[in-house]
Design a protein around this ligand. Structure first.
Ligand code: ADP
Ligand code: ZN
Length: 730
């Protein structure tokens, strides 16, 4: 709830701004006064900047010099719980407050003066003459349905000048109208149309609802196999939250999943929730941001940054597919949305539901330790059965060179297609081939800016660096020895696999699902719907397909290389592979027909592969947990990564070595420093990267020690230092 501390006009207030000053500044409250937490515009030197009234002013200096707040913005004041949350995230992630505040004020047009605005939407007429620029404007309007844009937004999205839009207005092809201030979202009806739940589902929903009714903080791991009805169950918790008059937030790891989810919400509650992710228009984002603060939206569905919306009264946060690595923000403020969701809920007496078929080890351990409640849904809803899992020993399969689908898998796929069913071939590699090698000199084509190989993308007809995005055409001659015509692809990507399928199973209709093949979230969404409707026989996909999509005709999953993720030294490799294989296998047999998952592997006796096949998850987690515990690794110990980067290789190594030498503040808390060592990708975008890893026991004041440690050295101008608490890979 917004608290009602009010400052009268002229009172001294302390304002925290989004400018990197490091501390709050004093101002005088404006004439009409302002609430604690109010969003304001204040003068800073010659500029006006965005800020939040953070408390009473400090005083103790020449009060005559204190300038007044320029104006109070048209937005509900930030709640006390939200302010406390931001401070805690800042402390936890060692992020300066202004950066936190920027994260929490990502509302385009927040500083626009209130009152009616002009907005633009699709008109009623066709333009007299079509130009390319005009076409782009109309495309944008088509793509976003009936949405309205400000002039700047529409021109910006279409990449045209505002004159082009104005021209279309004159012709009636674009309608210009006065829009009122942002409107609340239609309210959702929690009692509209719940499905009749199965017994175990009803029991699970009952427990979650009881937590909501208690109105206290609590976190529950909702663990259930894919298709067990986790979504149905947590929608009941959303309903209970709405009944209690509070707001709910559902975080999804992937924009492409949102469409299906929105449809389900609409069917259940009779209206659409608010939507927050990178594909949402600026107008809609501003509206949602405001309405979150005013309580004008009951349910928000969004990507991780939705966690920083200024909800008025948040009662429930669902983190769906909680194990998903995309919940970790990897630049700017480095936070894990799953962990921060738990933190946020603890500040506002909300419940958290972490839903997954394959929870991450941290969450499993927290449930084990009794910090989180745990609910298990062990069977698929209705007639659907869990798929049968089997290994295909690739050492015994006869394969020609440059072929990756063994005869066993080919036979299985062919049989499924003949029966009118679908097969999914999973390979977690985008593009045509991961390596391009010169057969004359052995040179492998690399990126000029990164320590990475260029990946051939035949569909794009280019080589692409997956680190920095740089692309270049495939050269005719080797860049190293100059010999022509000897460059050859090595290894498969999904595009090359599609080629193999076309040659060996020519009768099949093939769809490739890889993020780089779709220009927009909408195009991907459409493709997924088409496939779900039977528009393809074989789906070839990267990990994009592992996430929650429902293909009822899909009965066979073939994993091309189950060993792929087990290579490398990352301690999480086993956990990741286990999760990914189970997620992918879970795509099979979600409809009435039973499914099979075949894992092509050269090491069928590997402990992880055996664990996947046996399906004995608890045994797997226990074994993993034992290893982590013995090594003092998360979740039984704590880690922080320090990433240093600079265009100058000497600078990063020298600075890293100096940091490592001055480890007294860390030793005082019993922490150890490892490194500096080259980061997993040692050069990205021309910057050399070095990593130090700090390992500490649980329960020590790690952040304070890190701050003191890093604070000993002045960071040179050409060096960037990022602190990553709880790094994803170690
Ligand atoms: P999960 O989130 O665990 O993968 P879902 O909630 O998506 O599972 O459920 C899988 C499928 O089964 C969905 O199509 C869903 O509509 C259906 N389903 C689950 N529970 C019920 C129920 N009680 N009544 C009708 N359909 C259900
Ligand atoms: Zn690159």
């Amino acid at each position: 709830m917004a608290d009602l501390s009010f400052f009268d006009g002229g009172a001294l207030v302390s304002v925290l701004t989004t400018e990197p000053l490091g501390r709050a500044l004093d101002y005088r409250a404006p004439e009409g006064g302002c609430f604690l937490g109010a969003f304001v515009e204040v003068p800073l030197g010659p500029r006006r900047v965005l800020g939040v009234v953070w408390g009473a002013g400090e005083g103790g200096y020449d009060l005559a010099k204190v300038r007044p707040v320029t104006r109070v913005l048209d937005a509900a004041p930030m709640s006390e719980a939200m302010r406390a949350f931001l401070v805690r995230v800042a402390d936890y992630t060692l992020t300066p407050m202004p950066a936190m505040l920027r994260l929490a004020t990502r509302a385009p047009g927040l500083a626009d003066p209130p009152g009616p605005r002009r907005v633009y939407r699709k008109g009623w007429a066709e333009p007299d003459r079509m130009t390319e620029a005009r076409g782009r404007v109309l495309d944008v309007l088509d793509e976003y349905g009936g949405a309205a844009f400000t002039l700047g937004e529409l021109a910006g999205l279409a990449g045209v000048s505002s004159g082009v839009v104005k021209g279309l207005v004159k012709q009636g092809a674009v309608a210009e109208e006065e829009a009122p201030r942002d409107l609340p979202y239609p309210s959702l009806d929690p009692d509209l149309q719940g499905k009749a739940l199965a017994d175990d589902q009803a029991a699970a929903a009952g427990r979650l609802c009881a937590g909501i009714r208690a109105g206290r903080y609590g976190t529950t791991l909702l663990k259930g196999v894919t298709g067990s009805g986790k979504t149905e169950v947590y929608l009941e918790a959303v309903a209970e939250c709405l009944r209690a008059g509070r707001q709910a937030l559902v975080l999804l790891p992937e924009i492409a999943l949102t469409a299906e989810f929105l449809t389900r919400v609409e069917a259940r509650f009779g209206a659409m929730p608010g939507e927050w992710h990178s594909g949402v228009t600026q107008t809609e984002r501003r509206r949602l941001w405001r309405m979150a603060g005013e309580g004008g939206v009951g349910l928000v569905v969004g990507a991780r940054s939705a966690l920083f919306l200024p909800f008025r009264d948040l009662g429930l946060i669902v983190v769906d597919e909680e194990h998903d690595t995309s919940y970790k923000q990897e630049d700017g403020v480095l936070y894990n949305a799953r962990d921060m969701a738990v933190l946020r809920a603890s500040f506002c007496d909300a419940q958290v539901v972490l839903a997954s078929a394959t929870p991450c080890l941290e969450t499993w351990a927290n449930a084990e330790a009794g910090k989180y409640a745990r609910i298990d849904l062990t069977s698929r809803f209705g007639v659907a059965e869990m798929p049968e899992l089997m290994a295909v020993d690739m050492r015994a399969e006869a394969l020609e060179p440059n072929r990756w689908i063994g005869p066993t898998l080919v036979r299985a796929v062919t049989a499924r297609i003949a029966a009118g069913e679908q097969a999914l071939l999973f390979l977690n590699r985008r593009g045509y081939a991961p390596v391009t090698i010169c057969r004359a000199c052995g040179h492998q084509i690399g990126c000029e800016h990164c320590d990475a190989r260029m990946v051939e993308h035949r569909f794009l007809k280019r080589l692409v660096c997956h680190q920095c995005g740089e692309t270049k055409p495939m050269p005719a001659a080797c860049p190293s020895c100059g010999v022509e015509g000897r460059l050859a692809p090595v290894g498969p990507g999904v595009e090359r696999l599609a080629e193999e399928v076309a040659e060996r199973i020519p009768e099949a209709r093939v769809a490739v699902l890889s993020s780089d093949l779709f220009g927009s979230a909408r195009a991907l969404k459409e493709k997924i719907a088409e496939i779900a409707g039977g528009g393809a026989d074989i789906i070839i996909g990267t990990q994009l397909v592992a996430k929650g999509h429902n293909f009822p005709l899909l009965t066979l999953v073939g994993v091309i290389d189950a060993d792929l993720g087990l290579q490398g030294s990352d301690l999480r490799a086993a956990e990741r592979t286990f999760q990914l294989m189970r997620q992918v296998s879970g795509r099979a047999g979600r409809g009435a027909r039973p499914g099979v998952a075949m894992l092509q592997t050269c090491q069928p006796d590997h402990a992880v592969i055996r664990a996947i096949l046996s399906g004995d998850e608890e045994a797997f987690w226990q074994a993993e947990a034992g290893e982590r515990q013995a090594a003092g690794m998360p979740p039984y110990g704590r880690l922080a990564g320090i990433v240093l980067s600079s265009p100058d290789v000497q600078t990063v190594f020298d600075f890293g070595a100096e940091l490592a030498r001055r480890d007294a503040p860390l030793r005082r808390i019993g922490a150890q420093v490892f490194g500096p060592a080259p980061a997993p990708v040692a050069r990205v975008r021309g910057r050399h990267r070095v990593r130090l890893l700090v390992k500490a026991a649980k329960g020590v004041a790690l952040q304070a020690a890190l701050a003191e440690w890093v604070g000993q050295l002045r960071v040179p101008n050409n060096l960037r230092l990022a602190i990553d608490i709880d790094p994803q890979s170690f």
